[in-house]
Design a protein around this ligand. Structure first.
Ligand code: NAD
Length: 347
């Protein structure tokens, strides 16, 4: 048994910023199931309040929800004090690479200034435990796979830079005092809660692969465009490390346990350790759902890499956590969410 399994998170109070979003909602379910008291701060810029109600339905527990912006430092301080918060999980950010190229200032403001505001509020209230959502994008174009945490970092767009800047900020802050910080570099989160009640519901055009696959499957768009069929991979399409969002949510509970037991900063890959090509994902989707996903292979997109998958052994070892769910489950759950909720969270 892993040493962290003895750390009890029940009845601790966690502030989840961006808790109404895709990963945040699944994380709230995982926390509530462990008896954690959850406070969500979300501006709803990319989510809907109904998502919180669905989380309450699944977990049969109440959430304290505050609509507001993480850049509002006095508000964050007030929440931390009023709710006696023990630790923070920081999801709130903007996440589209293409939008970040069009609106870099908005991205730096939200993702970097937002983190500074949160850390200031934490420092002023003597709160020092935080889990941060980083991304495999910080590896830029990796030389080889699998990727370990000591690979060089690089960014190729403002979104990537905002995550790298945030990581640097956290490393510097960790040196300045008694902080406990977990930086989780997610690979490619997909899937949805098996209940079919919550899932990825981007406002506007999705830029991630799975929501586009499910939109094509549902007949909302004609076909999927696959960028690049001539990569040096087994079938020529890009290879990624798809991880079920429920596994990802569990990694946050494990990271919290780690923070409650350790000081300093830990940077960890959160992936399955297995690469799956875009074509493999599409054929698995068809196999498990019986629904066809028409596609067309077009030219590569600048900035995309051939292969990006994690060596997840450090997070397995440090957190006593491992991604368990199959590609089949990821496809099945993503489709159930889309099929049962054609209008997203609107009832
Ligand atoms: N989904 C992915 O593929 C992926 C991959 C790697 C890292 N990440 C990171 O994980 C985190 C969560 O991603 P997600 O997929 O759940 O995104 P999401 O857009 O679904 O959720 C983000 C949530 O944060 C809220 N938000 C944004 N800015 C805010 C602000 N200033 N104040 C308060 N709330 C704010 C949004 O309304 C939304 O509910 C982000 O930091 C993202 O960069 C996501």
């Amino acid at each position: 048994m892993h040493e962290l399994s003895r750390v009890n998170v029940a009845r601790t109070r966690v502030l989840v910023t961006g808790g109404a979003g895709f990963i945040g909602t699944h994380c709230c379910v995982a926390l509530l199931e462990k008896g954690v008291d959850v406070v969500v701060l979300d501006s709803l810029i990319n989510s809907e309040l109904n998502a919180m109600r669905r989380v309450e339905e699944i977990s049969q527990s109440k959430i304290h929800f505050v609509e507001g912006d993480v850049r509002n430092t006095p508000l964050v301080k007030k929440i931390i004090t009023e709710h006696n918060v023990d630790s923070v999980i920081h999801f709130a950010a903007l996440k589209s690479v293409s939008e970040s190229i069009k609106s870099p200032l908005e991205y730096y403001d939200n993702n970097v200034v937002g983190l500074i505001s949160l850390l200031q509020a934490m420092q002023e209230t003597n709160l020092c435990k935080i889990v941060f959502s980083s991304s495999a994008t910080v590896y830029g174009v990796p030389d080889r796979v699998p990727i370990t945490e000591d690979f060089p970092t690089a960014a190729i767009n403002p979104y990537g830079y905002s995550k790298l800047m945030a990581e640097q900020l956290l490393k510097d802050v960790a040196k300045s005092g008694e902080w406990s910080i977990g930086v989780l570099r997610y690979f490619n989160p997909v899937g949805a809660h098996p209940s079919g009640k919550i899932g990825e519901n981007p406002k506007g055009e999705p830029t991630n692969l799975m929501p586009i696959i499910t939109q094509v499957a549902a007949g909302n768009r004609e076909k999927l465009l696959i960028y690049g069929g001539d990569y040096p991979t087994l079938d020529g399409t890009g290879v990624r490390d798809f991880i079920h969002v429920v596994d990802l949510a569990d990694a946050h509970v494990a990271a919290l346990r780690h923070l409650y037991a350790n000081r300093g900063i830990r940077v960890l890959n959160i992936g399955t350790g297995r690469g799956v090509s875009v074509l493999e994902l599409i054929s698995t989707f068809k196999e498990v759902t019986g629904v066809e996903v028409p596609f067309e292979i077009v030219a590569r997109r600048p900035g995309d890499v051939a292969e990006c998958w994690a060596d997840a052994s450090l997070s397995n070892q440090v957190l006593g956590w491992k991604a368990e769910q199959s590609i089949e489950a990821m496809c099945e759950d993503a489709w159930r969410w889309k099929r049962d909720n054609p209008l997203g969270f609107a009832d």
